[in-house]
Design a protein around this ligand. Sequence first.
Ligand code: GDP
Length: 304
Amino acid sequence: MKKWFKALTKSRNVVTDALTNVFSRKKPLDDETLEELEEALLAADVAPRLAGQMIVELEKSSRGKEVDGRALLKGLLMDRFDQQPAFEWSSLPQGACVLVVGVNGSGKTTSTAKLSHMAQEKGLKPIMGAADTFRAAGTEQLRMWADMVECEVVAGEQGSDAAAVAYDALDASISRNRDILFIDTAGRMHTKAPLMEELRKIVRSLKKRLEEAPHEVWIVLDASIGQNALIQARVFNEAVPLTGVVITKLDGSSKAGFLFSVKEELNVPILFTGLGEQKEDLVPFSAEEFVNGLLDIDHAPAEV
Ligand code: GDP
């Protein structure tokens, strides 16, 4: 997919020189080239321990042999995603309630709307809940997006109780027989206890209406901040156990390497990736497109 390749330009640029250098020579990888490669991985924000492991593996597999180092590295990187299959909407129960969490500015509100758009494209009938009642512009912004993607939204007044808005949204979703509900939440200061308390309260409130809700809790992480996004995710995971990750702003990020640590750190799959600002720029995550785009591996692109 050309979009992936374009979105990964900055991260690819960080590793390209080293990769070309290392992999253009068809000979056993020596210490110097391996070191160069490790530096390149670190520059793309691959976690130091993981980058170190990659180098040891590469060294082991290539010792004394001519190898296709790029293919070898691709295999090692793909393994980090555990052969994760692409997300299927049909894996969600009818009437699923999805809580969308993350810090302000991560792309939560726009992603909530883009997810609704994607669900519509799949023939589902979504509805959104605007439970970011803290920010003055939070609800307004979701309403604007709701108009753009032509999706219904349940909202309250600014400053009103977020848990009550979430409850009303779930109630509306059930009574109007919607296929899926996405609830946008507040994201001020993830380190401050009140936000985490508010999220727990939202969960309790949803359970009063439907015991199984929320069926999913997806965190939105901004790729441009790299490893720091994982620190944020850990805090959220303690408050409301996460079931999926949405990565935004992969376009324009030079730190895409942190994606390799997501599964290990959080033990939840990356479901979607934001490759731009338009409504159709949120796409299901593809480990193969991601690794190919990063390592500059040519492939017959499936146009999407
Ligand atoms: P929130 O505060 O977490 O709700 O963040 P918003 O949804 O308001 O998004 C913050 C900014 O990030 C907006 O300008 C979005 O257009 C932008 N944004 C969100 N996702 C992406 C993405 O995948 N790529 C790019 N380039 N920008 C994005």
